[in-house]
Design a protein around this ligand. Structure first.
Ligand SMILES: CC(=O)[C@@H](O)[C@H](O)COP(=O)(O)O
Ligand SMILES: NCC(=O)COP(=O)(O)O
Length: 250
């Protein structure tokens, strides 16, 4: 079964938030993504709401429920009480727990599963008791031990942090080494009965090698690279529309 694609709307929301205007509209872009074949939508609401706002969540929940009932909503974030309350109110199909502190520009590491074992167990329990699948953001270091600990929290999935792989876009040897480490981590997760997701800085260029190495990859969530491509591949048609709006006959 090929990996499913969940489209992360953070970058769209960040663009919207540059102005006090409602576009680009995250729900409209989410609808386009789901119509085009995405299996789900991902958001990572951060405490300062610098991209996804808490008020976006019920709108995206309703979009999926009303128009795409087979799609999944994935909410990512650090499990503060506020974040857990948002999840409980929104009931996403999946919650991805990420160890980000509020000052981080973006996610840059997975959980320390030794240090946070008891905390994660209680959070996983709480979310799963309300019917949400839980995934833990983990480093792709190629080690089996952390995957045993991830399983022991009660989580059903892990999401491999692919930032170091994504950063090797100009270094094929290092990219091959990173894919190997991610593959070994995914194998260890599978051996523990965990399903495997992946995300961060994935692109059309680096996805094929990843899915070849991890044929059981369940889902990738992609925002930054996908939004960059949407702009690049949508630019020509958009310029034609604006030229026509200027009265030009092109
Ligand atoms: C958890 C993760 O991998 C991140 O990619 C995150 O969802 C992106 O967050 P930002 O969009 O805030 O950079
Ligand atoms: N979980 C990773 C994610 O949702 C998107 O990350 P990115 O593609 O914006 O780096």
């Amino acid at each position: 079964m090929p990996a499913k694609l969940s489209v992360n709307l953070n970058a769209i929301a960040m663009l919207r938030n540059r102005r006090d205007l409602p576009w680009p509209d995250v729900a409209d872009l989410g609808r386009i993504a789901l119509r085009a074949g995405a299996s789900g939508l991902t958001v990572h609401p951060r405490p300062d709401q610098r991209h996804i706002r808490f008020s976006d969540l019920p709108i995206l929940r309703a979009l999926i429920d009303d128009e795409f009932p087979a799609a999944e909503f994935n909410i990512e974030g650090y499990p503060t009480e506020d974040f857990l309350a948002l999840c409980e109110a929104t009931e996403p199909e999946q919650v991805t727990l990420v160890p980000d502190d509020p000052s981080q520009a973006t996610s840059d590491h997975g959980w320390d599963l030794v240090k946070h074992q008891e905390f994660l167990k209680s959070v996983v329990d709480r979310l799963r008791s309300k019917g949400m699948r839980v995934s833990l953001f983990v480093d792709g270091e190629g080690l089996a031990g952390p995957m045993k600990l991830a399983r022991a929290t009660g989580a059903e999935r892990v999401e491999l942090y692919t930032g170091p792989y994504g950063g090797c876009y100009d270094n094929p040897e290092e990219a091959a080494r990173q894919v190997d480490l991610l593959g070994l981590t995914a194998d260890a997760a599978k051996a523990e009965g965990l399903a495997v997701n992946a995300g961060h800085d994935l692109t059309v260029a680096n996805l094929p090698a990843l899915v070849r190495r991890i044929p059981h990859l369940a889902e990738v969530s992609i925002g930054h690279g996908l939004t960059a491509d949407a702009l690049e591949y949508g630019m020509a048609e958009t310029v034609r529309r604006f030229c026509r709006a200027c009265g030009q006959s092109i």
